[in-house]
Design a protein around this ligand. Structure first.
Ligand code: AMP
Length: 416
């Protein structure tokens, strides 16, 4: 379906065309028409599917047609990076309109606080906020959200995981009950369904895909003891490749800096940087900007970047270690192959990581090919040693989760 087939305002269509969007993505085909009719929405969609546009376009259309006096829209998101990114996308779509927007997030200096306060008190049309910082502004009594008519909760599962439930409930007290609420979540565990039931009214439900990596990602893995991992990285980069932009994930902040140090010794012609939640916000923005503009070739990150962040042209994602939560694997590797492109994901699996990787394979219902590097780097951990067959493992996982599957069916969700 093409964007011109939607009955949206021509100023919006023009911006969409400037952004080189031609056809709607599957989530957009389902969500935009429903949201344009004013319905509440409960959408289960992974990142990289185009979900941001699926809530930004209907909101902007309403603002153009029905007026944009004061703060009409509040978008609540789990991380600062996601807030900045959504705000940038809004600025693109609203280029030919008079809509204003501002991202409101914590960890900054006084100047940023003052700018955020001004934006809120002056009635900026769309506020994209993280819950913690918004609560700080709300506590000071100058926030007036009485004109809000759209509330969007993005990455709702992540927000609840991060312990923002009470903050979100408190924020809801400041917003008129008569509003349109759109809730997006990458996964739909029972706590999200319960939460959605509390805050949405007769929502339309959409499920695009349940935690499956995009088709365009080629996934492989290497078995490696921790002290062999750098040799494998060195081998990967020594092969002919077009890895212009590489994201490496590690679960711990300490490891991130150690990986940058080691890699800088091995790959002298590459620019390598680290990013983690320890960094000041300005530093995080600067590092991210250098990576986005390809001044930095390799970015080593903790899971601070695993969700929602949209950087075009990442060719390779490397999991230096296996994430504990199988969903995080899907989020991490989803940073490559964005919006129908292709990309590669390589995971280094130590002996201690094997059970975690088995859970990932069970979740994605796929065996990831385990490769070996040709040079001898000593004895490697054995994938099959001491474990039952993968199929058995997968069957157990399915059995364990069959209850939640049947709940999906009962609620009218569709697994695709
Ligand atoms: P999201 O899932 O919202 O983070 O979007 C992932 C990426 O896809 C972003 O770079 C969007 O700008 C891009 N995108 C979203 N929708 C479309 C579309 N219909 N056509 C082309 N690119 C899109």
């Amino acid at each position: 379906m093409k964007f011109e087939e939607l009955s949206i305002h021509e100023d919006l269509l023009e911006a969409i065309s400037f952004m080189n969007f031609e056809k709607l993505s599957p989530i957009q085909e389902k969500a935009i028409p429903m949201a344009l009719q004013g319905n509440d929405l409960l959408a289960c969609a992974q990142t990289g599917t185009g979900k941001t546009a699926s809530f930004v376009i209907p909101v902007l259309d309403d603002l153009i047609r029905n007026g944009n006096k004061g703060t009409t829209t509040l978008i609540v998101v789990p991380t600062r990076e996601l807030a900045v990114q959504i705000d940038q996308e809004i600025q693109g779509f609203s280029y030919f309109t008079s809509t204003t927007s501002k991202s409101v997030y914590g960890g900054d200096k006084g100047k940023d606080w003052d700018e955020q306060k001004r934006a809120i008190t002056e009635g900026t049309n769309i506020i994209v906020a993280t819950p913690g910082r918004l609560m700080q502004h709300l506590a000071l009594g100058y926030v007036n959200f009485s004109s809000v008519r759209h509330l969007i909760l993005d990455e709702a599962d992540r927000m609840l995981d991060m312990g923002f439930y009470d903050d979100i409930r408190a924020i809801l007290q400041h917003i008129p009950p008569k509003r349109q609420t759109l809730l997006f979540s990458a996964t739909m565990p029972p706590n999200i369904r319960k939460f959605a039931h509390q805050i949405l009214q007769n929502p339309e439900t959409i499920t695009i895909s349940l935690s499956k990596p995009a088709e365009g990602i080629t996934q492989t893995a290497y078995m490696a003891y921790p002290n062999q991992k750098n040799k494998i990285l060195s081998y990967i980069f020594s092969q002919p490749n077009d890895f212009e932009s590489v994201l490496i994930f590690s679960s711990t902040k300490r490891n991130v800096h150690e990986i940058v140090r080691k890699l800088s010794q091995i790959l002298k012609d590459k620019t390598i940087e680290a990013i983690s939640s320890d960094f000041e916000q300005q530093e995080r923005n600067d590092v991210l900007m250098r990576f986005k503009s390809h001044k930095t070739n390799i970015l080593v990150a903790t899971d601070v970047l695993s969700r929602g962040i949209d950087i075009k042209g990442i060719n390779l994602v490397i999991n230096y270690d296996v994430p504990g939560d199988p969903e995080d694997y899907v989020h991490r590797i989803g940073r490559t192959a964005r919006a129908d492109a292709t990309g590669e994901a390589i995971t280094l699996i130590s002996d201690a990581d094997i059970p975690k990787f088995r859970r990932i394979e069970a979740l994605i219902e796929k065996d990831v090919s385990k490769k070996q590097i040709p040079q001898d780097i000593g004895e490697l951990p054995q994938w099959n040693k001491g474990h039952g067959s993968q199929n058995k493992n997968r069957k157990n996982f399915k059995k364990k989760n069959s209850n939640s599957n049947s709940q999906y069916k009962k609620k009218g969700f569709k697994r695709t």
